[in-house]
Design a protein around this ligand. Structure first.
Ligand code: S3P
Length: 182
């Protein structure tokens, strides 16, 4: 294989991955970056770099509302070329303005998982202020229920991730997005 030849972009648009904390957005974005040459944009990481502090510190010092405004600003300021995969923070689709911004340059893919699966994935992590001191299935279930309607309304494609590998999730996503184009 000629390694100088760039692979043809998988999509002619951007992919915005949305979903609850622990739904697999970062893993899926990483896979698409490694295997399909997409540019990965990790929203939380970029916001933390821009602010010079971690997400928990931003919440602790300035509060959640300030962080939500940073998310909106970040999306509005992204210079949207195509062939990017943006791994969004879990709260991003809760603002209509954010959803409108994402729609301008791409497709929105919702990753879902059961509260039990989410709990298993996040239980040892301390980077998520909203779950700190609430790490249990009942709380996750409740927050998920509060968000479901907006998540689903924003999504062009919805993919269940329970018991699937990242590769399987990506293949399903590509297939479903292709089917929409046809
Ligand atoms: C949040 C999700 C987090 C991060 C912040 C708030 C949320 O991102 O943006 O802690 O409100 O769901 P991940 O979904 O990447 O964990």
């Amino acid at each position: 294989m000629n390694r100088n030849v760039q692979p043809r972009p998988l999509f002619g648009y951007n992919i915005f991955l949305i979903g609850f904390m622990g739904s697999g957005k970062s893993s899926v974005a990483g896979y698409l970056g490694r295997n399909y040459g997409m540019e990965v944009v990790e929203m939380d990481q970029r916001i933390a770099e821009m602010e010079g502090m971690s997400i928990p510190d931003i919440f602790a010092k300035y509060g959640e509302a300030y962080f939500r405004d940073l998310e909106t600003e970040f999306l509005a300021d992204l210079n949207f070329q195509s062939n990017r995969v943006v791994s969004c923070g879990g709260g991003v689709p809760m603002r209509e303005a954010n959803v409108a911004e994402m729609r301008k340059s791409g497709k929105i893919v919702l990753l879902t998982a059961s509260p039990e699966t989410i709990f298993a994935r996040v239980k040892n992590n301390h980077d998520r202020p909203l779950l700190e001191n609430h790490k249990n299935v009942a709380y996750i279930s409740e927050l998920m229920a509060q968000r479901r309607e907006r998540y689903e309304a924003a999504a062009d494609v919805m993919i269940e991730t329970d018991r699937k590998t990242v590769r399987e999730i990506c293949r399903e996503m590509i297939y479903r997005l292709d089917a929409q184009r046809a």
